[in-house]
Design a protein around this ligand. Structure first.
Ligand code: SAM
Ligand code: SF4
Length: 352
């Protein structure tokens, strides 16, 4: 079997069996898996969800914790070393820390991360830390309650801030994710940065992508990374590239001159980073996706959880579905192409 020196393909392993890796047609090695555990959410961000939802996935459509754990352990043998749990709001899935504890047993995983809106975090955080969570991203778009209500169509900023405070006091590596909409919270940019710096954490700004359920996305609402960078440099002086900036990561990270906190820009709209994308996604109902914007999905739930009388699948069968999904990945997301069509499912249904 052909072997590839890992410094070329996957820096975390010295040598990797080429045939077992998740490599696409363009040579991108997939080492990161985003697992959505639910499409349900306790708020209704206008850039993600519709104001009212007809119904979330029923419990029996969700991939079970043992199935997710099995799937991740198969992919870990194929080079996946980072898992991020997301949703919907992942903390809406009861006892999610039990899944984290199962994932923490898997050899080869270097990171078990969670992205959350923080509303339910304060009371659950200890269980996640004990279970083996390593990283947490908290979404925060404003520090003003009226703007929070306008964006999320719900109350609860105080609960989010409580969750962030608890996370900062924990041993987890914490980051804040913010999304600016030109007409609503552009003015929150600098206050959010001051807040993150006070906590000593990195804040990342992500551009608004055409993945909202309302299909109300417009370029005019997108505040680009470079625009934010100009605002930031006017206030704080020139930014320096962070020593920890990882080329396979979507964010470009920078340091402030005083090295307090840090800032990153995730700019999929104005500066696509598809050529270094190493991510594979799993939806809450057990479908692999190779891109947020992809219009195809590869079902794995039907083989992981066969209906009564069906026989359990082999690890090879799970890997084969993942490989098929990766093999069909396009070179880029194509947002700026003339005939671009957003995917049928919105962000909360895919897993951000
Ligand atoms: N509910 C959790 C949360 O909000 O952190 C996890 C899921 S949410 C889909 C993950 C991230 O996706 C959030 O940081 C959110 O801001 C981002 N997001 C949602 N819709 C988006 C969109 N249309 N464009 C860019 N980012 C979006
Ligand atoms: Fe819920 Fe997260 Fe979507 Fe907001 S961004 S509606 S918190 S899933």
């Amino acid at each position: 079997m052909p072997l590839v020196p890992c410094s070329l393909a996957n820096p975390t392993m010295e040598f990797q069996n080429l045939e077992s890796q998740l490599i696409d047609r363009f040579g991108r090695v997939h080492t990161s898996l985003r697992v959505s555990v639910t499409d349900a959410c306790n708020i209704r961000c206008r850039y993600c969800m519709p104001e009212s939802v007809e119904g979330f996935l029923p419990q029996n459509h969700l991939l079970s914790f043992p199935s997710i754990t099995r799937l991740v352990s198969v992919l870990a043998q194929a080079g996946v070393n980072k898992v991020r749990l997301t949703g919907g709001e992942p903390l809406m899935r009861p006892k999610l820390w039990e899944l984290v504890a199962q994932l923490a047993e898997i050899k080869g995983l270097r990171q078990i991360a969670l992205t959350t809106n923080g509303m339910l975090l304060a009371s659950q955080l200890d269980q996640f830390v004990r279970a083996g969570l390593t990283h947490i991203n908290l979404s925060l778009d404003t520090l003003r309650e009226p703007a929070f209500r306008q964006i999320s169509r719900r109350d609860g900023l105080d609960r989010v801030l409580e969750g962030i405070q608890a996370a900062v006091e924990s041993p987890l590596k914490v980051r804040i994710n913010a999304l600016l909409l030109r007409d609503i919270n552009l003015d929150d940019c600098l206050p959010l940065i001051h807040y993150a710096r006070k906590l000593g954490v990195v804040i990342r700004f992500i551009e608004f992508m055409p993945l909202d359920a309302n299909r109300s996305w417009s370029q005019s609402q997108v505040v680009t990374g470079s625009e934010i960078r100009r605002l930031v440099e006017d206030e704080f002086g020139p930014l320096a590239p962070s020593d920890h900036s990882d080329p396979s990561q979507p964010a470009k990270d920078y340091l402030f001159q005083d090295r307090i906190g840090g800032i990153g820009f995730i700019s999929p709209v104005s500066e696509p980073f598809c050529s270094s994308c190493n991510r594979l996604r799993l939806t809450a109902d057990g479908k692999f996706r190779n891109c947020l914007f992809g219009r195809e999905e590869w079902d794995v739930k039907s083989i992981l959880e066969p209906s009564e009388g069906g026989s359990p699948c082999s690890d090879e069968a799970i890997l084969a579905v993942a490989k098929k999904c990766v093999a069909n990945k396009h070179a880029s997301h194509g947002i700026s192409e003339t005939h671009f069509q957003p995917p049928e499912r919105a962000m909360y249904q895919i897993g951000g």
